[in-house]
Structure formats: C-alpha cells, structure tokens
Design a protein around this ligand. Structure first.
Ligand SMILES: [Ca+2]
Length: 204
C-alpha cells in the first residue's frame, strides 16, 4: 500500500511564512471582555477625578481674590488705631482701660467729611464696599469685573476667644470702645467663592 506523503499545494501555501502562533493575529473574545472590564473599573476611579478638575476654581481667580483682600488689609493695618490716637502712637482711653492718654476712643466709622483718600485710622474703612471698581489708597481706580470686597471693623472684648469673622459680636459706639478692634475683609470672586481675612489691632 502506497502512502502519499506529499503536502497538498493549498496547505503548503497557507503555512508559508507562518511562524507565529495563531493568537498573535488578534484578540480573542476572552481578551476583549477582560479589557472592557478593566476599562470599566478604571473609569470608576478616573471619572470623579476629572469632574473634580473641571469644577475646581481657576487658580488665577483665587490669586486675584487673595491679592484684593491682602492689599486692603495691608492698607488698613498701616493706619493708626483710632482717629484720636496721637501721631506717633500711644494708648487712649476706652471702656476697658484708662491707661494712657485720657482721650476717648471714637465711634467706628469714617469721621464727617472723610473720603477714601482721607482715611487715616483703622475703623474709617468700616462698611467700605467695592464691586468691579476698586481704588487703592491713592484713590487710583482699577477694574476687576466680577469681584467684590467689603471691610467690617468692630470693637471686641480683648480677652475674647476665638477671634473669627462672626464671633465675638463687636460694638460700634464710642461708649463701648474696647482696647481691640477686629478687622474683617471679605472678597467675593466671580464664582461666588468668598475669602475672609481677619486681623485684630490693639490700643497701644
Ligand atoms: Ca478717620
């Protein structure tokens, strides 16, 4: 019996140049399913991350807001403690203390006739409110659309703690004058995010 060992012509051409395993030609269904499952789990982790990025405030917005607040706070802190504080400094009389000069502290707020460029003591800035249009201490106008800032100054008890933007409650009258004034500057950014700057200045 003769056995023909010659390969069929079509079989020979199909195997020609084929030295790689059959799996190298593409993905099996199992591999595709595993890939889809991995991508699915990855998206669970990554989607909240991307959402957080798209919703986070623009760093430039924050930087401008902080500059606005810090600029006004620096300006206020450079002024004397009270309208009646003598040039060169020195304590004056308050409801907390009779040390120093027997000159009573004034009520909170700008004195009659004072405008921004005349502000010479800390509490002149009480209720200063600016929106879009801002002025520096030289009364020079600069515009930052969408931003706002306000200043609030109150007498607070000198032993009050904690000092925050809301507590302790302050007083505005000269009769309730204490040895400490709390300054709160609040800046509102275009995205309505608020930044508060708090300082306490003392009668000395
Ligand atoms: Ca003043």
């Amino acid at each position: 019996m003769m056995i023909n060992m010659t390969k069929h012509p079509t079989q020979k051409s199909a195997n020609a140049g084929n030295n790689r395993p059959s799996s190298a030609f593409g993905f099996s269904l199992l591999e595709l399913i595993i890939t889809i499952v991995i991508l699915g789990f990855s998206s669970l982790v990554l989607i909240p991350f991307f959402n957080a990025i798209t919703r986070s405030p623009d760093p430039m917005i924050r930087q401008r807001a902080i500059s606005l607040g810090q600029g006004l706070m620096d300006e206020i802190l450079a002024k004397k403690w009270d309208e009646n504080t003598p040039l060169g400094g020195g304590a004056i009389a308050t409801s907390e203390s009779t040390r120093g000069l027997a000159i009573p502290a004034s009520a909170i707020g700008a004195e009659g006739g004072e405008t921004r460029i005349d502000y010479d003591d800390v509490d002149d800035y009480h209720n200063l409110t600016e929106t879009n249009d801002f002025r520096d201490q030289n009364n020079t106008l600069f515009i930052l659309n969408g931003y706002g800032r306000t200043a609030k100054i109150e007498y607070i008890a000198s032993n009050a703690t904690p000092i925050t933007t809301t507590a302790p409650t302050g007083a505005l009258t000269a009769a309730s004058a204490t040895d400490s004034k709390r300054i709160v500057v609040t800046v509102t950014a275009p995205n309505q995010e608020q930044f508060s700057f708090v300082s306490v200045v003392c009668n000395f």
